[in-house]
Design a protein. Structure first.
Lengths: 397, 287
């Protein structure tokens, strides 16, 4: 087993390599290989893998790229991530990418797909609709058609016909990936001091830009590490971090939350890698139907899914209960409509249920966390010291 | 059987690391300040200063960290202290420390190196509301330190010197940079050192009193933090409050005011030690 510190620093390097060096190296090893970039939140990566491709998540430039050109494409009241993605595209960070997929999560990303198309980035640009109808014979069939469109685009490039065997093999690899991720989350729930959220975030995010086989190897090593009695336990409260599923906060913010007295035991930062709960059937003769079935019946809740019969506030409350969390931190990107529109729904429900929470906003490039740290510190202390009293955290003006 | 529980509190500030050792006697229920230490950070790594300070206190009191310290609580910028058991937000600790040093206080003013914060509390030290100055050096202890250095004074001297003033020279601006220019002009005009220092104290006191008004602070008000040991500053605050027709306010101070954060951290650490112990005993019984 490699040294855990080496694994973490390699993952940090991979996660924030804005030139996607490892993905491009992988592509250069074989002419039939393609790289397909996808935007948050979720995309069924299995189908790209089965078609001889590497799905690469695009989370923007974060705090590592100064936006110069991107501001010309979006108004000031739009979130930060599309600007940094445009800047990256114009600065040729996505050279060698064959296609781009824009899942339907909000108007901003939809418009970004249009900009990519008019600018001629990649060989194809696909705005991918996800079913909002959760009947398999309606939404499920529609979703399978959407996936076939993507496979058609890739076949046009590399000529690879995706067979059920190939797809089932890919599904099996991603099943293993999710199992390992959940195993580590489960260990972290009980022993969060064994692996900090900052390090875990690097490991998780690295998995979105490298082949799944490589990520599975990394996860196996990390799983082995966290099984051991490592790290020093501290007196912190356990929280669930919610709302930062698309534009990612900088790692400094995650570290600030931890430093201010919280163990983050669950989160939706890399929701796309965990969207399907449990395994997808890897033995089906119709693997696309199996993927669609899993999306319809085994999805996590998300701000971009309108599942009226399965209210998300109760699903988040269930996560809080299952993870034995003391409260929730709502961290929404500024101007992120899906997250900010959901926040009052969650907060009203949590007021009724007596679940403690705080809420703040961030943008991917902020590096000053003093106010957030004070808010989180006050939150953590209020739980540690006044557990039996109603929450009353003074807020700075 | 030893009935004494020891906790440590370490408050890493902008200029100083403050560290205390406290004891809790299970029979009498009394908390006692056993030892204390202040270290100026200067140009050193605060983490190293904090660790050295912990070791010094342990050594002085013949204590072993692993065996004798029930809880090491950090506060301020003390997240980097690796040996800590837990970290508390500085407002929470100053509130608790203020109640310990000045019982009965209903407002604690933490007057530190980098900012001033007024905290409204209940009788247990629970924070109810607060207001703080912006990140501007002119309302902070660092400003006083800078001025005392320009005037060739030790920071410990400024309190007594300020009390000798007969005609205070209050700087015109609220900006530290401009105020420092003002001080240079005052020196060249021949203003006396006590009058300059008193003027600076008054300018900070005006900000503190404004902060207390906007918080609708309740009396008694405890003046804590490094500047809470500056007698000249306390006098200036009382005078400014009186000028603002706030004579009914009672101000409290304590010679250990600089340790209020560290003391609060150690006390809350002791509280958490008992809570965690109870929880783990319950878990043991349940299993």
């Amino acid at each position: 087993m490699r040294n855990i510190n080496n694994i973490i620093s390699r993952c940090e390097e991979l996660a924030f390599d804005l030139d996607f060096t490892r993905a491009k190296e992988w592509k250069n090893e074989d002419k039939s290989r393609v790289i397909v970039g996808y935007m948050p939140i979720y995309f069924p990566r299995e189908i790209i893998h089965a078609a001889g491709g590497l799905p690469v998540a695009i989370f923007g430039g974060g705090d590592r790229k100064q936006i110069i050109k991107g501001d010309a494409y979006y108004q000031s009241y739009i979130c930060h991530i599309p600007r940094s993605i445009i800047d990256m595209a114009l600065d040729k960070h996505f050279d060698n990418f064959d296609g781009f997929i824009f899942p339907s999560i909000c108007d901003v990303l939809r418009n970004l797909s249009g900009i990519f198309r008019t600018k001629g980035f990649g060989k194809f640009v696909k705005y991918m609709d996800f079913p909002q109808n959760f009947l398999p014979e309606v939404g499920g069939v529609f979703y399978q058609d959407e996936m076939r469109h993507v496979l058609h685009y890739i076949k046009e490039i590399n000529g690879i016909k995706v067979t059920p065997e190939r797809l089932n093999h890919s599904i099996g690899l991603y099943n293993k990936n999710r199992r390992l991720i959940e195993f580590i989350y489960d260990i972290r729930e009980k022993y969060p001091w064994r692996l900090s959220m900052k390090d875990w975030y690097h490991i998780l995010r690295a998995g979105t830009v490298i082949p799944v086989e490589e990520h599975n190897e990394i996860l196996e090593e990390v799983a082995e590490y966290v099984k051991g009695d490592v790290g020093q336990r501290q007196d912190k409260v356990k929280v669930v971090l919610s709302g930062a599923f698309c534009e990612q906060p900088s790692v400094g913010l995650i570290r600030s939350v931890e430093d201010a007295g919280c163990y983050i035991v669950d989160d939706d930062l890399q929701l796309g890698s965990r969207m399907v709960i449990g395994d997808i059937d890897a033995t089906s003769e119709e693997p696309l139907a199996a993927i669609a079935h899993a999306y319809i019946f085994q999805s996590r809740y998300s701000s971009s899914i309108y599942d009226v019969d399965n209210p998300k506030e109760y699903r988040l409350a269930k996560i809080v209960e299952e993870r034995n969390a003391d409260g929730v931190i709502f961290a929404s990107a500024s101007f992120c409509d899906p997250s900010l529109l959901d926040a009052p729904i969650f907060q009203n429900a949590f007021d009724r249920m007596g679940i403690r929470y705080i809420a703040f906003q961030f943008s991917e490039n902020i590096n000053q966390f003093k106010v957030i740290k004070e808010q989180v510190g006050a939150f953590s202390d209020s739980i540690k010291l006044w557990e039996d009293e109603p929450s009353s955290i003074p807020v700075a003006e | 059987m030893n009935n004494t529980v020891y906790t440590m509190g370490i408050d890493v500030g902008g200029s100083y690391v403050k560290n205390v050792l406290m004891s809790y006697d299970k029979d009498s229920g009394n908390h006692q300040l056993v030892d204390k230490q202040t270290e100026k950070i200067r140009k050193r790594d605060p983490k190293d200063v904090a660790h050295d300070s912990i070791d010094m206190i342990l050594e002085r009191n013949n204590l072993n960290y692993d065996k004798d310290i029930a809880y090491l609580a950090s506060t301020g910028e003390g997240e980097m202290v690796e040996r800590k058991t837990g970290h508390f937000y500085s407002m929470t600790t100053h509130a608790r420390g203020g109640v310990f040093l000045t019982p009965g206080a209903r407002t604690v003013v933490d007057m530190g190196g980098l900012y001033v914060r007024a905290i409204k509390i209940d009788e247990r030290g629970k924070v109810l509301d607060y207001k703080m100055t912006g990140q501007c050096a002119s309302g902070s202890g660092q400003f006083i330190e800078n001025i005392s250095r320009y005037l060739g004074l030790a920071v410990e001297e400024v309190g007594d010197i300020s009390m000798q003033a007969d005609n205070p020279e209050v700087p015109s601006g609220i900006c530290a940079v401009l105020a420092e220019t003002d001080v240079i002009n005052m020196v060249s005009k021949g203003a006396s050192t006590p009058n300059i220092i008193k003027g600076i104290n008054i300018s900070i006191a005006q900000r503190v009193v404004k902060l207390l008004s906007s918080l609708k602070a309740e009396s008694p008000i405890s003046l804590m933090g490094g500047m809470g040991m500056n007698k000249g500053m306390i006098q200036a605050i009382e005078e400014v409050a009186s000028e603002n027709k706030k004579n009914e306010i009672q101000f409290l101070s304590h010679p250990d005011a600089i340790y209020s954060g560290a003391i609060g951290a150690a006390l809350w650490g002791g509280y958490r030690y008992h809570i965690l112990k109870e929880k783990s005993e319950k878990e043991l019984v349940a299993s």
